[in-house]
Design a protein around this ligand. Structure first.
Ligand code: SF4
Length: 220
């Protein structure tokens, strides 16, 4: 007979399904340097992503800041596979504390509340925040989706150019902050979200770069 679970047995199953999203209550973990921003990535406003609670792919309603996965897997970067344990257990974020796999009521209550955004964390660093805001304006997922939806309508060349301009700017700003600004390359997925060259697959396309030019190819 299988045993009914009523408390966390630290099996690590939830940690292998992906890291948590951050809430305002977690802000001090980042501010105090307990969790470094190079271990985070941002799902940007309007970006298509898998919603664990609604169990479907939906556009994000705001920034969602998440802990990165380990190389080539969804397993949270803070999960130690060998020891089967969380390496920041005493400082684990709110969602990890609220998630009880035998009863999801608590996580459902907090899941959409007080989501932490990049603005909460870096808007006081003027120069950096200016770059993030400018990138968000030029490369918003809402704008990208409008272009993608218009691809099979009139002005195809103009629409395609709009998409490629977004992709090029998104890639260029990452290079610039690293090469000219001396920023850790691992910070870029937090500052500017995941590269659009990767997330574009959610919209049914892939990108090929040839001689510094980008090409948009439908995924068949
Ligand atoms: S922070 Fe810790 S408890 Fe939370 S998903 Fe990562 S490894 Fe698991």
């Amino acid at each position: 007979m299988s045993k009914v679970i009523t408390e966390c047995i630290r099996c690590g199953t939830c940690c292998k399904k992906g890291g948590p999203s951050f809430h305002i209550e977690d802000k001090m973990l980042i501010e105090k340097g307990i969790i470094l921003s190079k271990y985070l990535y941002t799902i940007r406003d309007g970006e298509l992503s898998y919603d664990n609670v609604k169990e479907s792919i939906l556009p994000a309603a705001s920034d969602i800041i998440k802990i990165k996965g380990q190389k080539d897997s969804w397993t949270c970067i803070f999960f130690n596979e060998k020891e089967n344990e969380c390496t920041i257990y005493d400082n684990r974020p709110l969602e990890c504390r609220a998630l009880k796999c035998w009863d999801t009521l608590e996580i459902e209550k907090i899941y959409f509340k007080n989501r932490l955004t990049r603005k909460d964390l870096i808007s006081t660093i003027e120069e950096l925040w200016g770059l993030v805001e400018d990138h968000q304006k030029r490369c918003s997922y809402i704008k990208l989706k409008l272009f993608i939806d218009a691809l099979n309508k009139d002005k195809k060349d103009e629409t395609l150019k709009g998409i490629l301009d977004i992709i090029e700017y998104d890639a260029r700003i990452r290079e610039l902050v690293v090469q000219n600004g001396g920023l850790d390359p691992e910070m870029t997925d937090f500052l500017f979200g995941r590269p659009i060259t990767e997330t574009i697959k959610m919209y049914g396309f892939k990108i090929i770069k040839q001689d510094n030019n980008y090409r948009l190819i439908p995924i068949t």
